[in-house]
Design a protein around this ligand. Structure first.
Ligand code: NAD
Length: 421
């Protein structure tokens, strides 16, 4: 198991980060800043699901719209036993800042159901998803709130949501979710987008540090799901040496580098990376502190904390996951001179291509993978440039600079729209 600090509340972390950014935004009215501390709407639903053994089990799900100032709210749906209202609140707030930072016409949302997706059958997962989706219908639409996959959900989950919504409307509505399979209106490149974007950002960090020989750069990735596996794959493709990987079951290490396409095959066969031949076993806690140059946390929140930040050897942390680093750890890492590229920048490739998917669905005209990635990269490199400039101008770290940029854009929009009524 990874080092999970359940005692750290992700919403407290999100608010602490907000307060740090707010302290650097003296030009914004305190009333406007205070407005942005609150999620706009919060929804809790308790619902029954018929299980395969004939019993009926109750589940609890959430959806939070943090902000709808810049446009429809956008954010994933998570299936995990750690889901809570505060986790969903935090993730929704981070989505607001992420969409704003990279210049998307979206607000932020997030959803989740308290369930272990690995212990339910496919049929149970479909019934749970359809019931949760139908409970969400008053809250979602292509013009109000557009869900996407997150931990424990995938393209199939999105297909069930799309079908449930479409059946209720009486016609097909592909733009109701993003991250769908291609044959029902998904976008080329969406599945790979977050991980690929992580590597685009990693290469931008290297370029700015004057590092050109990627073969000498050792990368460790925590989590080998959608984000982690594609981040590892594209890092490998671009010549980085991926030395360590973990998933929920454990991890693997090879100082000479792991052949990622073979690890992916192993995972497809065995459902885990554990047992990959020619590698040593490591734990999740060990991965975070391993000898490497770049650390990519791509699993869950609160992995890098006051307890382990001092032991981290990496000089660069590229946050594939949302909220993997606590404010206390940020302080330690900043003092150590570690460059932390924050989640709302590093993993924004996913929502950028979700935006492309939504645009393609609305216009019913689809792009090639090449077009998708050609359009995605400039969103990330532009945002990187803005964050770096803001950090230099204001003498602040990258996370605070990213939040300052994002919060300022939402505040300016809010001020221009005015307070209703
Ligand atoms: P996923 O479910 O596809 O993969 C999660 C991975 O983390 C799996 O390999 C799993 O084994 C591992 N994991 C789960 N619990 C763990 C634990 N306790 N210790 C160690 N490893 C553990 O999820 P994902 O979509 O890859 O999301 C991962 C992170 O990236 C989340 O923080 C998510 O919010 C964030 N994110 C995802 C996307 C996206 O497009 N999917 C976009 C932006 C950010």
């Amino acid at each position: 198991m990874a080092f999970v600090e359940n005692s750290i509340n992700p919403y407290d972390v999100a608010l602490q980060q907000f307060n740090r950014a707010a302290a650097n935004l003296r030009e914004i009215d305190d009333n406007i800043l205070n407005y942005m501390r609150y999620p706009r709407r919060e929804f809790t639903v308790n619902f029954p699901v018929r299980m395969d053994d004939g019993s009926t089990k109750m589940f609890t799900g959430y959806r939070v719209h943090h902000s709808t100032v810049l446009g429809p709210s956008k954010g994933g749906i998570r299936y995990d036993m750690h889901v809570s209202m505060d986790e969903v609140r935090a993730l929704a707030m981070w989505m607001s800042w992420k969409c704003s930072l990279v210049g998307l016409p979206y607000g932020g949302a997030k959803g989740g159901v308290i369930v272990d997706p690995r212990v339910i059958s496919v049929g149970e997962k479909e019934r749970l998803t359809r019931r949760y989706a139908s409970e969400l219908i008053p809250l979602i639409s292509p013009h109000s709130d557009v869900p996407a996959p997150d931990m424990g959900t995938d393209g199939q989950t999105m297909a069930w949501i799309m079908d449930t919504y479409s059946m209720t409307m009486g016609y097909s509505v592909p733009a109701i979710v993003t991250g769908k399979p291609l044959m029902i209106g998904g976008s080329e490149g969406r599945k790979q987008a977050t991980g690929r974007g992580v590597v685009t950002v990693m290469m931008e960090a290297m370029r700015r540090a004057g590092i050109t020989d990627f073969g000498k750069v050792r990368v460790a990735v925590q989590g080998f799901g959608n984000v982690g596996s594609h981040a590892a794959y594209y890092a490998h493709e671009n010549g980085f040496k991926v030395v360590a990987l973990t998933d929920i079951h454990g991890g693997i290490y090879n100082a000479n580098g792991l052949h990622i396409p073979s690890v992916m095959e192993h995972q497809t066969i065995y459902g885990t990376i554990v047992g990959f031949p020619g590698a040593d076993s490591i734990t999740n806690a060990e991965l975070l502190e391993i000898e490497c140059d770049v650390l990519v946390p791509a699993a869950l929140e609160n992995q890098i904390t006051g307890h382990n930040a001092n032991n981290i050897k990496a000089k660069f942390i590229i946050e594939g996951a949302n909220g993997p680093t606590t404010p206390e750890a940020d302080d330690i890492l900043n003092d150590k001179g570690v460059l932390v590229v924050p989640d709302i920048l590093a993993n924004a490739g996913g929502v950028i291509v979700s935006y492309f998917e939504w645009v393609q669905d609305l216009q019913a005209f689809f792009w090639t993978e090449d077009e998708v990635f050609r359009k995605m990269d400039p969103f990330l490199t532009r945002a990187y440039e803005t964050v770096t400039r803001t950090a230099e101008e204001r003498g602040i770290d990258m996370r605070t600079a990213a939040q300052v940029t994002a919060i300022k854009r939402v505040a300016d929009a809010l001020k221009t729209r005015g307070i209703y009524p």
